[in-house]
Write a protein that binds this ligand. Structure first.
Ligand code: G
Ligand code: G
Ligand code: MN
Ligand code: NA
Length: 255
């Protein structure tokens, strides 16, 4: 069977799972959210990482039904954490271009929100620059539906790595920029990376957007980001992506 066939089967057999990587608010030091990341619990070879199958999901179009599964599972998990009595946790979900451009995204999302009962303000969609730039007028109207009508949060993932015009930042209703981890890696030693990250933080704040730094692995990187007013951080320094129960334990330990 081809990988595509196996992935189709995986969706039917409910073999996909989500892991969650905590996002920490630097003002309080507490976990305030988590990014949902897809894995495939393969019966024979164990847990398969998305690098091995995301491209095939994209090319085959399977990313649309799998992406909807991800949205539903992440929203259900967000609601479950609330029911467990945890403090409010924002759940961030990566949205692919094909999913974004799929038929009536807002309606599909609205149904998922209703079915799961999650507070829409606790769901964040991570979009890429390339997704937004493909057809900016259409993107703009879709984004307004998602943010204004549905009340979702919108962030730009891997910010600074795509080919895009900064002018979209003033037209699109956004909540946050996620600084790509390639800029964070050498932030403490490479003056160019340091300048880029500082500029992204200032740009975001001037536009009244929050900044999330990804790929934080060291105390030095953290100190640098904190000093420059970064709002939220995510990375191996705090935790790798973990199963939902572990995330919930991390949050409890935090309280
Ligand atoms: O979890 P990991 O760091 O291995 O993720 C690798 C890549 O796969 C990331 O860049 C992420 O954007 C992508 N990815 C993970 N989960 C999802 C998902 O649910 N939907 C989409 N579209 N991409 C995902
Ligand atoms: O593109 P996206 O931001 O969605 O990618 C998330 C990916 O980044 C996941 O595959 C996750 O495992 C990985 N990741 C998360 N934190 C770190 C980190 O601190 N260092 C590195 N190298 N990768 C990370
Ligand atoms: Mn992401
Ligand atoms: Na990223």
């Amino acid at each position: 069977l081809s990988l595509e066939g196996n992935l189709r089967g995986a969706l039917e057999r409910d073999e996909f799972v989500l892991h969650y990587q905590p996002q920490i608010d630097l003002a309080t030091g507490k976990i305030v959210g988590a990014e949902a990341l897809l894995r495939w619990q393969q019966p024979y070879s164990g847990l398969v990482q998305p690098e091995e199958f995301i491209d095939v999901l994209e090319e085959s179009g399977l990313i649309v039904p799998v992406g909807d599964w991800v949205l539903r599972a992440a929203c259900a998990q967000g609601k479950a954490w609330e029911s467990e009595g945890l403090p409010p946790l924002r759940v961030a979900v990566n949205l692919s271009t094909r999913q974004f451009k799929g038929e009536n995204l807002a309606e599909r999302l609205s149904r998922i929100l209703d079915d799961t009962g999650i507070d829409p303000g606790l769901l964040e969609l991570e979009l890429t620059e390339s997704l937004l730039m493909e057809d900016a007028p259409v993107s703009s109207s879709t984004l307004h539906e998602l943010r204004v009508l549905l009340g979702l949060n919108l962030s730009i993932d891997d910010f600074g790595t795509g080919y895009s015009s900064l002018s979209y930042l003033k037209h699109f209703p956004l909540d946050a920029l996620k600084v790509d981890r390639s800029f964070v890696r050498d932030i403490a030693t490479d003056p160019n990376d340091a300048a880029i990250v500082t500029s992204i933080i200032n740009l975001a704040h001037n536009l009244r957007l929050k900044v999330i730094a990804e790929g934080v692995e060291t105390e030095e990187q953290l100190a640098y980001l904190r000093e420059r007013g970064c709002d939220l951080v995510q990375g191996f320094y705090f935790s790798e992506p973990v199963p939902a129960e572990e995330l919930s334990e991390l949050v409890r330990r935090d309280e």
